[in-house]
Design a protein around this ligand. Structure first.
Ligand code: BG6
Length: 482
């Protein structure tokens, strides 16, 4: 069911956890950006909610400071800033108790569509959802937005879904995976389904393999406690990389609508074959030259949690049988690079005698940095002389294409505006999340029962050597990171 798409000027957005990091860094700056470019109307209300006692003016001072830091370009405009701050209210609410709910109800206007953004610990999702209905604050048109981690295994994800569904229908629930808000990720759908060029080639007959890389140069300092309970598998693979895999591998949906798109993504997850441990490499970055390693950063010298994971994933369906997807993600790697590389098979018969070492045709979809798409082609090396082949990139960099004055949109901005518009296409459905956990659980359980230990890798490297072997043994190699 598609929720009612409303004119954007009639909404109240309530942010629970409004004094937290995500609200300061992403949610409020994102809303401010949209306000600055005229996408948020003058009557939109933002109601910040947290446990701390403070006046709306004190909260606005905090917002002013964070906008100076995280949205400096627009925050220079004092008049614009003042108008935006004027739309923000603050209400103190005790999520687990009775205090503040009546005040929150009073702060909301009648006849608006209400969205509740829960930027709080998942353990509070169910409680807040129940309070919102118990106090008649949520209506049948309301939306509720939640963030990962959405469970740490199948059972906990099912419990969270059940908690939310006690108070809200699935068509009201917006589960954010911010990777789906990234420009290139959406472009992947346009590229595949708005061109007749690629679809005939988009299968195991023509594609040799796919590499999905999400490499980060940062470590886990500052988030050690959370991260050590999760590791790269739960923190990145089960959600962000899984979503990238789905968009790359899914069948064309019949229409660009939430249920059609999400049905196709779900089918991909359900078609994944179990991954044997021999197709998985787990790594943990070690200290070097006085720089602390993972164990120092999480403050747990015995931790067996992985900060890197690479795996070979196969999909059991007609389109993809015989084409492996190699996925890898890790912290403290050489560079921050995220991309999807679709590597095509060689021509069936090569007529040219002098073929240099070839990497072959590939489409590289760059998520970050430098968003864009590169197409690797083989051509005759221009110029006189013999007939030598060379590989050359056709490059499409999105920054060169966007209109001169348009501002790049952060993933959160895009997603928050979709909540307001009532468009669930770029949000995860409950059954998708559960299916992804059903796939991940046996893998994680096996590590736990075998007490498996990740292999060490150097900070600033491309990850453990064992990960290179994962492709070498199949006669393939990873693309360079960075
Ligand atoms: C988050 C993970 O979901 O995504 C972090 O919890 C990770 O560990 C982050 O650093 C990466 O997001 P991005 O947008 O910087 O690639």
């Amino acid at each position: 069911m598609v929720s009612r798409v409303i004119p954007v000027n009639l909404f109240d957005l309530v942010i629970f956890g409004a004094t937290g990091d995500l609200a300061k860094r992403k949610i409020l700056p994102g809303l401010f950006h949209r306000f600055a470019v005229g996408q948020m109307p003058a009557k939109a209300g933002i109601i910040a909610v947290a446990r701390t006692a403070m006046s709306a003016d004190s909260f606005r001072d905090i917002v002013r400071e964070s906008l100076m830091e995280f949205a400096p370009k627009f925050a220079q405009d004092k008049d614009l800033l003042a108008r935006f701050l004027g739309q923000i209210d603050y209400v103190r609410v005790d999520a687990t108790g009775d205090q503040g709910w009546d005040e929150l109800a009073a702060a909301l206007r009648p006849d608006t569509v209400r969205s509740f953004y829960l930027s709080v610990a998942p353990s509070l999702f169910g409680t807040i959802a129940a309070q919102l209905t118990a106090h008649n604050i949520a209506t049948k048109d309301s939306r509720i937005v939640v963030e990962k981690p959405f469970g740490h295994d199948l059972a906990s994800a099912q419990a969270l879904n059940a908690d939310l569904r006690r108070s809200f229908d699935e068509h009201q629930i917006y589960r954010i995976d911010h990777y789906l808000g990234k420009e290139t990720v959406q472009n992947l759908m346009a590229l595949r389904f708005a061109n007749a060029l690629w679809e005939p080639l988009w299968n195991a007959t023509h594609i040799d393999h796919v590499q999905i890389t999400v490499a980060e140069d940062l470590g886990v300092d500052g988030r050690g406690e959370y991260y050590d309970q999760s590791g790269a598998m739960r923190d990145m693979m089960q959600n962000h990389l899984m979503q990238l895999l789905c968009l790359t591998a899914m069948e064309p949906p019949s229409r660009f609508q939430p249920s059609a798109v999400r049905d196709e993504k779900l089918k991909v997850i359900e078609a994944l074959n179990p991954v044997p441990q021999t197709d998985i490499v787990r790594g943990q970055y070690r200290g070097r030259d006085g720089a602390g390693g993972y164990l120092d950063h999480v403050g747990n010298s015995k931790s067996r949690t992985e900060s890197y994971i690479a795996m070979k994933v196969t999909i059991g369906n007609w389109r993809w049988a015989g084409t492996p997807f190699y996925l890898r993600t890790g912290k403290k790697l050489r560079a921050r690079t995220s991309e999807i590389a679709v590597v095509f098979r060689d021509p069936p018969h090569m007529i040219f005698p002098h073929v240099p070492e070839r990497r072959g045709n590939a489409m590289i979809i760059r998520l970050q940095p430098d968003e864009g798409i590169t197409l690797r082609n083989t051509i005759k090396e221009p110029g006189p002389g013999g007939f030598r082949l060379a590989e050359v990139n056709l490059d499409m960099t999105f920054a060169d294409i966007v209109e001169e004055h348009s501002e790049p949109q952060d993933a959160y901005e895009r997603l928050i505006m979709d909540v307001i518009r009532g468009d669930q296409t770029l949000f995860m459905r409950g059954d998708e999340v559960e299916a992804a956990w059903a796939w991940a659980d046996p893998i994680i359980n096996e590590w736990q029962s075998a007490r498996s230990t990740p292999v060490p890798y150097d900070q600033g490297s491309s990850g453990p050597d064992d990960a290179l072997m994962l492709l070498h043994r199949d006669g393939r190699r990873w693309r360079e990171i960075g």
